[in-house]
Ligand binder design. Structure first.
Ligand SMILES: Cc1ncc(COP(=O)(O)O)c(C=O)c1O
Length: 400
């Protein structure tokens, strides 16, 4: 009998962190490595945000915070939801957590009973199934297709719902596919959800500001107010404000759920770092112009990467509408052999051999539940992306 909890056996370590670590180890060993595995902006946190944190330290804002978050931050979040999403969450309906990741996790701690099903469109962010399983739930994957832009189809959603379905865990723009849903597409999904009142929606809007379509961002509770009372709208400052290390995420939702999550947090962390919270106040209340400027840079990088990958033989790379990932198919390379004599049977073989031969670290699609594909994070310097894509082209051409 193992000393460790049984639930742990169901959970895999994060593949994206594993790839990033492997790339780091190879680099330390002297190899020339370009690492495109990690999902974090290469930009720095803006200075006004850093200064707000320093001011908070100087003012002595260094004591335990209120468990759901400091009032100033919950007010700033309430205004953000109003201003950007047309959603009316009062500060009492908002919780701040240690990254969006903890907010999601605690929503499951607060709501899942053994056997409860959580619908997860695939490909999905690697942490979703693990979070559900660690809390006794059953992830139910709903596959999407490259032809449909990796978007959940209303009929597939309808077919996946059972009496045990508790949540739809929804992410747009998506990590890893970059798929971003229009308001009309969301409305079509909302129409299905309206017929199933037992299903709640956990919408992960983390990549809201990394959107490259003409249409503005939309979120489910906004396009269908009938869902507002059973939606947890999650977001954070990590991606939009280049604040991954500050660990601030938040959600707005129904009072009962927010109270339950606060109860959990009271026994778990007592709340999030006060200094990081004051930095997030400045992020949300301060100047916003750099977000669009940085998104424009990401869009240029996306176009470069998509175009170069589509010139690599055997790769099919659709144009994603948001986030900072591309999710090309490598189906055309399965069954081929490398010059070193290794046969590529899976997308995991593809990324392993690519790293070995050319020193480019990317993540295999099977880690995100849909392959044969791979994910490239283009949150990296343009020259590094150009060089990485040239190496991928060379690698693909070398396969026989
Ligand atoms: C889809 C998605 N949701 C949530 C998160 C978590 O964000 P945070 O860094 O705020 O915990 C990430 C981070 O990679 C993500 O990709």
């Amino acid at each position: 009998m193992s000393f460790l909890a049984d639930s742990l056996a169901r959970v895999k370590p994060s593949a994206t962190i594993a790839v990033t670590q492997k790339a780091r180890d190879l680099k330390n060993a002297g190899r020339d490595i370009i690492s495109l595995g990690a999902g974090e902006p290469d930009f720095d946190t803006p200075d006004n945000i850093k200064e707000a944190a320093i001011d908070a330290i100087r003012r002595g804002e260094t004591k335990y915070p209120p468990v759901p978050g400091i009032v100033d931050l919950r007010q700033a979040i309430s205004r953000k939801f109003q201003r950007e999403n047309g959603l009316e969450y009062s500060p009492d309906q908002i919780i701040v957590g240690t990254g969006g990741k903890q907010v999601l996790y605690n929503a499951f701690v607060a709501s899942l009973n053994p056997g409860d099903e959580v619908l997860i469109p695939a490909p999905y962010w690697v942490s979703y199934p693990a979070m559900v399983m660690l809390n006794g739930g059953e992830p139910v994957f709903v596959d999407t297709t490259l032809e449909n832009g990796f978007k959940l189809m209303p009929a597939d959603l309808e077919a996946a719902i059972t009496p045990k379905t508790k949540w739809l865990l929804f992410n747009s723009p998506s990590n890893p596919s970059g798929a971003a849903y229009s308001a009309d597409e969301l409305k079509a999904l909302a129409d299905v959800l309206k017929r199933h009142p037992q299903v709640w929606v956990l919408t992960d809007d983390m990549y809201e500001h990394l959107l490259y379509t003409d249409e503005p961002f939309a979120t489910l509770a906004q396009v269908e107010p009938a869902l507002f009372g059973r939606t947890l709208t999650m977001n954070g400052v990590s991606k939009a404000y280049a604040m991954t290390g500050w660990r601030i995420g938040y959600a707005g939702g129904p009072d009962e759920l927010i109270k339950a999550m606060t109860k959990i947090q009271s026994q778990q962390t007592s709340g999030t770092c006060t200094i990081a919270q004051w930095a997030a106040v400045e992020a949300l209340n301060g100047p916003q112009h750099f977000i669009a400027e940085r998104a424009a840079v990401f869009k240029e990088r996306r176009d470069l990467v998509v175009s170069m990958l589509n010139q690599a033989s055997g790769i099919n790379c659709p144009v994603p509408e948001g986030a900072f990932y591309v999710y090309p198919s490598c189906a055309g390379l399965i069954g081929k052999t490398t010059p070193a004599g290794k046969r590529i049977e899976t997308d995991e073989d593809f990324v392993t051999e690519l790293l070995e031969a050319e020193g480019v670290a990317v993540v295999h699609g099977s880690a995100f539940g849909l392959g044969p594909n791979f994910r490239i994070s283009y949150a990296a310097a343009t020259e590094a992306l150009e060089e990485a894509c040239s190496r991928i082209q060379r690698f693909c051409n070398s396969l026989d």
